[in-house]
Unconditional design. Structure first.
Length: 241
């Protein structure tokens, strides 16, 4: 199981939110590339990058920061504001290994299909749910669709990996929804990475026990609740308790 440390970008800085609320912004670092290098030195195989400004604007915004992260030399994925094929191509050309489509998975399924055909194996879909309903546009709008339905649609479009976030848990240290993510994997028949609410190594262990493909860890790393090397060992099952 893979552990993806998260870098959320606003105004070129590394920040975290609570429950996706932009009014709860807390900055942790002014240099995203330095954070990426630190994650790489700690053993990260892949970093999860979110352009929060882009998610609201509907187009990539933090392109300079994304380019700087690429220069750090650690494989990474980017989501947030990717609403056209040109947007996807732009972040991949900047050095991202994968592009994460969220809002497009709901409103522009044809884009998901086209992106998967043009960039095979490099498209991931983010499914972010509030009370079981998929949220879009930076989590500020509801879609009226359940997570499993969206997951089935994107799988049919060519997506092999879904990243599932329980928005109510995000940034709250209330524990990851490993059971919900595993249920989504079963119902949609797709590999799932869990995100939102990770508070301790027990959450990493729970995701591994649930058979998930991975877990995204953000605020717990920045607040010192989890050390990335420990999380990586927990994910691999090689830790000593």
């Amino acid at each position: 199981m893979i552990v993806l440390p998260a870098i959320d970008l606003m105004g070129g800085e590394v920040v975290r939110l609570q429950k996706g609320d932009f009014g709860t912004r807390k900055a942790y670092a002014a240099d995203p590339a330095e954070v990426a290098r630190g994650f790489g030195a700690a053993g990260a195989q892949r970093i999860h990058v979110v352009d929060l400004d882009g998610a609201r604007a509907g187009r990539p915004v933090n392109l300079e920061a994304i380019g700087a992260i690429a220069a750090a030399g650690v494989p990474f994925e980017v989501g947030g504001g990717l609403r056209t094929l040109a947007d996807v191509e732009r972040v991949l050309n900047l050095g991202a290994a994968f592009a994460v489509l969220g809002t497009a998975a709901v409103h522009r399924l044809e884009l998901v299909r086209e992106a998967c055909a043009r960039f095979p194996g490099r498209i991931v879909c983010g499914i972010d749910a509030k009370g079981g309903e998929v949220a879009v546009a930076g989590w500020e709008q509801g879609s009226g669709l359940p997570a499993a339905e969206v997951a089935r649609r994107v799988k049919a479009a060519g997506v092999a990996l879904v990243e599932y976030t329980d928005v109510a848990r995000d940034g709250m240290f209330t524990g990851v929804d490993a059971a919900g993510a595993a249920r989504l994997a079963r119902e949609a028949g797709v590999e799932v990475v869990a995100s939102g609410g990770v508070a301790s190594l027990e959450d990493v262990r729970a995701c591994r026990a649930a058979g998930l493909a991975g877990v995204i860890v953000g605020k717990a790393l920045y607040e010192g609740r989890i050390e990335l090397p420990q999380a990586l060992r927990a994910a691999s099952g090689e830790e000593r308790r």
